[in-house]
Write a new protein. Sequence first.
Length: 64
Amino acid sequence: MNEADDVIKMLDNLTQTGVSRIKVETSEEIAEGDRKKAYHHGRCDVGSPFATGKLFDAEEPDCG
């Protein structure tokens, strides 16, 4: 099988198990053949500041 067939098989397997949202990214940091799964939290994008809780423009709580 070639790489395109491997990707199609992976996507088919995900959809058959009920996954309805799929975002595919390539990375040099993950070993070939490995995959990383992230979960969607509400309407926020996976990895966004809202999903991770790391808002860059949020006001700091007043501790005084």
